[in-house]
Design a protein around this ligand. Structure first.
Ligand SMILES: C[S@@+](CC[C@H](N)C(=O)[O-])C[C@H]1O[C@@H](n2cnc3c(N)ncnc32)[C@H](O)[C@@H]1O
Length: 328
């Protein structure tokens, strides 16, 4: 997925597991983890945290996110990686158990078309509710600038500029106003704290500098523009928030790359709650479900809008919101 550094390191780590090296010790017991639990990213995220906290200076030389040299590698890279694994094996075993907390603002480029379509079709201001929001960076999608082949949407002064459109583009001439926003996460990340910033950076791949730049700038937007993210499980939170109807507003429940982390029962329960909220919608209190979730080796963005409950595939993109193709 575009990271040469992680491609190389994961190949070498896989061999190290087979050879019974430090990687085997750290990953011991995880052989049957669900593929959707992103074990490789949890492992690499733990090591990246060590680098970002200044605890692995030998490896930092190779991590561009920490000022290291892009493209440096070979035997020296693996030696530094293995040294880090050996020195921090116990801490890494603990870090691997943490949930993946990537908060990818690039995904807003894949989602914006859905938000605008709801605004266009309902002609109502928007109330947006996000489950699995991490630090809530994507709850601020309307604070970013979108650019696609001469068309633009959003504040021309915005620090975050997203232009990863490829092929047809959404109706960027549509205006939309977000009047209410809120999210939840099992473990919300505070985008204004040092620990929160390290957590979010640790799940970005260290040689993907454009993503790191977006994250840094989105964190600045978050500092200036606070948004509540409740510490709560998605299903319990939906029980409470999807039931509240707001006349005069279009309510949108949305999520991106979250469903794989819920149990199958919770996924079903979440869907049922959303569909029940949809069934209660009316022309003056419309309800929409916008989601960007994996489908094969890319992500699909789907939108259901009540009334009447029309569901459609509106876009496809890469998992981080790259190469967005608008389909609706
Ligand atoms: C891969 S991150 C995606 C974050 C964000 N949606 C984005 O696209 O940038 C998945 C998020 O879902 C959260 N999560 C996992 N299971 C959850 C649950 N049962 N309820 C609420 N949040 C959950 C995680 O803590 C994590 O922040």
């Amino acid at each position: 997925m575009g990271s040469r550094l992680y491609g190389d390191l994961l190949e070498l780590a896989a061999t190290d597991v087979e050879d019974g090296g430090f990687a085997a010790r750290i990953l011991d017991g995880h052989g049957r983890d669900a593929p959707d639990s992103a074990l490789a990213l949890r492992f690499m995220g733990g090591v990246h945290r060590m680098v970002l906290e200044g605890r692995a200076p030998e490896l930092a030389r190779f991590y561009p996110s920490a000022g290291g040299k892009l493209g440096a590698g070979g035997d020296e890279l693996w030696a530094a990686f293995a040294t880090t694994l050996g020195r921090h094996a116990d801490a890494l075993r603990d870090l691997i158990d943490l949930r993946v907390q990537t908060n990818e603002v690039g995904r807003c480029a894949a989602l914006i078309g859905g938000f605008l379509l709801v605004a266009q079709q309902t002609r109502r201001p928007l109330r947006i509710l996000e489950i699995g929001a991490a630090a809530g960076l994507n709850l601020r999608w309307d604070r970013y600038r979108y650019e696609a082949r001469g068309r633009t949407w959003g504040d021309s002064e915005s620090l975050v500029r997203l232009c990863s459109f490829d092929g047809d583009i959404p109706a960027l001439q549509t205006s939309a106003e977000v009047v209410d926003r809120r999210g939840c996460d099992l473990s919300p990340v505070d985008p204004t704290s040092e620990d929160g910033r390290i957590t979010l950076h640790s799940y970005v791949w260290p040689d993907q500098l454009a993503r790191i730049r977006h994250l840094r700038l989105a964190l600045e937007v978050a500092r200036r523009f606070p948004v509540p993210v409740d510490e709560e499980d998605a299903v319990a939170w939906l029980e409470q928030h999807s039931r509240t109807r707001r006349e005069g507003m279009a309510t949108i429940v949305f999520h991106s790359i979250v469903m794989q982390y819920l149990t199958p029962e919770d996924r079903t329960r979440a869907r049922t709650l959303i569909e029940q909220a949809g069934a209660r919608a009316s022309p003056d209190a419309p309800f929409a479900w916008l989601r960007m979730e994996p489908s094969g080796d890319e992500a699909e963005v789907r939108l259901t809008l009540w009334p009447p409950g029309t569901d459609r595939l509106v876009a496809r993109s890469g998992f981080h919101g790259d190469a967005v193709r608008w389909l609706a």
